[in-house]
Design a protein around this ligand. Structure first.
Ligand SMILES: NC(=O)c1ccc[n+]([C@@H]2O[C@H](COP(=O)([O-])OP(=O)(O)OC[C@H]3O[C@@H](n4cnc5c(N)ncnc54)[C@H](OP(=O)(O)O)[C@@H]3O)[C@@H](O)[C@H]2O)c1
Length: 386
């Protein structure tokens, strides 16, 4: 039986992932053994006692320690849920390459995805799959991007967006704070380009009527580019006006946030709140994912409000359960498929590895709605528009 080492298993998402994996194993629905892992001995021991699974405590500073731990655990695949991934993906990928262990994570951080893409040849030489972003960001949008380009193969520009208004877990807040100084990012002419925070604004009909959205630097920007090869990619998120203004003003606040004491203070504050979204809120939550592929003669300006008419344009949508539910489902499904040998060696994106239909196999996902909207979409009352 292959084994999966879940690193960061006692974090908010790691714990959801562990419990769901164990339920599946006990119901005979999963063909792997689960190993718990992390750097904090006390938290790990508590979880090991609670869930009655083996645990491996190791920190990530020293590559030899990481490789030794993976050898000792005889892990076939690492599933990394320890974020910010800017601190954890590098050492774990290195350990996986050294020990011939497959690697899956749930990052939504662009620089992390880009750095794993840079290790494509190392992964291929070592005979291991390196698959980041098997989570809400980026599975639905990555699959939607692949689907849109199946519909419009000559597409030069992808604009995609998500409507999901719900407080994130504290780990996600910490990751956002960590990424503050990076501002925004899009792919333009095949190259990752840094742009200001909330660079473009656009009114998008995610499936519930038009709502205001701004560009966001989520990992979907990178995965959609690598999966489809489309040279221009921008990702939007629904943003009510107060949040939009706050984000725009961040351009001017960024230098204030950068000095370490302020950022550390924010992280400390974020650390005071321990809980992520409740089980009730996760059950009730849903998200609307929208995507547009265009053929534009001038190479594309992301279809923002101010851009001209494209020569061709297709729109598709998806509706999904709560982002944390999708994250657990997507990461476990991707891990099982990697263990089954369904993904090639080297760097892979979710849709690149498993095709656009991968997302449709996740419980509760509906789509693709081509040019139409989800039937269940409730009427939208937009109280936030300027
Ligand atoms: N892509 C997506 O759609 C998506 C969805 C959900 C979450 N996420 C991301 O997943 C991450 C986890 O979220 P969460 O809510 O579970 O956060 P959390 O509750 O704070 O858990 C984070 C875990 O990471 C560990 N960790 C952090 N830095 C580490 C380091 N340098 N070395 C070793 N372990 C480290 C923590 O262990 P210690 O206690 O030892 O620090 C903890 O176990 C966040 O980055 C979040 O943004 C992404």
């Amino acid at each position: 039986m292959p084994s999966v080492l879940l690193y960061g298993s006692y974090g908010f998402v790691g714990n959801l992932m562990a419990r769901e994996a164990i339920d599946r194993i006990e119901d005979g629905d999963a063909d792997f053994d689960l190993l718990l892992a992390g750097r904090n001995g006390d938290r790990l021991r508590e979880q090991v006692d609670d869930l009655e699974r083996p645990g491996y405590r190791f920190a990530l500073e020293d590559p030899d320690t990481v490789a030794e731990a993976l050898e000792r655990a005889e892990a076939d695949c690492v599933l990394n849920c320890a974020g910010p991934f800017s601190n954890t993906a590098g050492p774990l990928v290195e350990g996986c390459v050294r020990t011939g262990t497959d690697y899956v994570d749930i990052t939504g951080e662009i620089p992390v995805i880009e750095s794993i893409a840079d290790r494509d040849a190392d992964g291929a030489d070592a005979g291991v799959t390196l698959l980041p972003a098997a989570a809400f960001s980026a599975v639905p949008m990555d699959c939607l991007a692949a689907h849109l380009v199946d519909r419009l193969p000559e597409a030069t520009t992808l604009a995609m967006g998500v409507d999901s208004l719900r407080p994130p877990s504290i780990g996600t807040v910490r990751t956002l704070i960590e990424g503050f100084e990076d501002g925004g990012a899009v792919y333009r002419d095949g190259r990752l380009e840094h742009v200001p925070t909330a660079w473009r604004t656009r009114r998008i009909d995610f499936g519930r009527g038009e709502r205001p959205a701004v560009t966001m630097p989520t990992g979907d920007v990178s995965t959609a580019h690598y999966t489809t090869g489309v040279p221009n990619v921008a990702v939007y998120a629904l943003m009510p006006q107060p949040a939009r203004l706050a984000l725009k003003s961040h351009r001017y606040l960024a230098p204030l946030l950068e000095p370490t004491p302020v950022r550390e203070g924010l992280k400390w504050f974020a650390g005071l709140v321990r809980e992520g979204p409740s089980s009730r809120s996760r059950k009730r939550g849903s998200t609307y994912v929208w995507g547009e592929a265009r053929v534009e003669d001038d190479g594309g300006e992301f279809g923002g409000d101010e851009s001209g008419e494209p020569t061709e344009r297709v729109v598709s949508r998806l509706q999904t359960p709560d982002a944390y539910v999708v994250t657990v489902e997507a990461a476990l499904a991707a891990t099982e498929r990697v263990l089954a040998g369904d993904a090639e060696d080297g760097f892979q994106t979710p849709a690149g590895a498993f095709g656009p239909e991968f997302v449709l196999a996740l419980e509760g996902v509906e789509g693709f709605f081509d040019e139409s909207k989800p039937e269940s979409a409730p009427p939208e009352v937009d109280v936030s528009a300027p």
